[in-house]
Design a protein around this ligand. Structure first.
Ligand SMILES: [Fe+2]
Ligand SMILES: [Fe+2]
Length: 259
């Protein structure tokens, strides 16, 4: 019988993919033919994903540590499965920036230094400041896991990254020269992200958070999406926020505004 979070672990197992088998040859040929505005937007979004996925992959270990003390063992396993996905996402986006966009650097860390100049400081702060600080606190305070999942799964994955991923798919579809390998990889990343967000929603649901916390998550979501600056549209933010609100409601939360 499947119980707790086992379902997510099994789902993750069935969805594994390998970024090195994606064919990026057509993408490499198309890249130099893109217009400057097209390249700037795609590169800005890619830079955000490299920074974000590297940061999330590196911080999930502390979530596992906090979950290890729980009765429900499958939660720790689900965080482990998720960390494997995030590491693959980080490798995929790094591969694209190196091999398609030609970002210089001998290592992923060197390329990342270069990519930070393509996004707003707020976005870098969210992933390289606020997220690690939250994850670090988990080592001392395992009870902070619900809040930390609220920031990671609900706000960062459910709003900030989802808005960026949808903006990227839209940008890719409108390009004058197509990037089919990047498009395929984006779809696979989104497929993984769906279970990550589903898993986080389940953790929040089981924690039975109150209206204050839920409203806080709504506000965090709204302010955090602004970190993309003009790389994503107001519409993309609105769509992500609508989904965020619906997701929070589905966890059984009653908002003050509903009373
Ligand atoms: Fe990811
Ligand atoms: Fe994720």
């Amino acid at each position: 019988m499947i119980s707790g979070y086992d379902h997510f672990v099994q789902l993750a197992e069935s969805l594994q993919w390998d970024e090195t088998t994606l064919d990026l040859s057509a993408d490499r040929e198309a890249w130099p033919k893109l217009g400057e505005t097209e390249r700037d937007q795609v590169l800005g979004l890619l830079a955000g994903f490299v920074i974000a996925e590297t940061a999330v992959a590196g911080n999930l270990g502390n979530y596992q540590v906090a979950a290890a003390g729980r009765d429900e063992k499958s939660m720790e396993e689900a965080f482990r499965s998720q960390a494997r996905d995030e590491a693959r996402h980080a490798r995929f986006f790094d591969l694209v920036t190196a091999e398609v966009a030609g970002i210089p650097g001998a290592t992923a860390a060197q390329r990342r230094d270069h990519l930070r100049t393509f996004v707003a400081d707020d976005l870098v702060d969210l992933f390289e400041g606020r997220l690690p600080a939250t994850a670090e606190r988990l080592v001392e305070d395992h009870g902070g896991l619900t809040d930390a999942v609220g920031l990671y799964h609900m706000v960062i994955e459910g709003v900030v990254l989802l808005a960026g991923q949808h903006a990227m798919l839209e940008a890719l579809e409108g390009l004058s020269h197509k990037l089919p390998g990047v498009h395929k990889g984006m779809e696979l990343v989104l497929r993984d992200e769906r279970w990550h967000i589903g898993f986080g929603s389940r953790v929040i649901q089981n924690a039975d958070i109150g209206a204050d916390k839920a409203n806080e998550l709504l506000e965090w979501g709204e302010s955090a999406t602004k970190s993309w600056g003009n790389l994503i549209t107001v519409e993309a933010i609105e769509i992500a926020m609508r989904q965020h609100r619906r997701r929070l409601k589905a966890t059984g939360i009653k908002f003050w505004s509903d009373a």
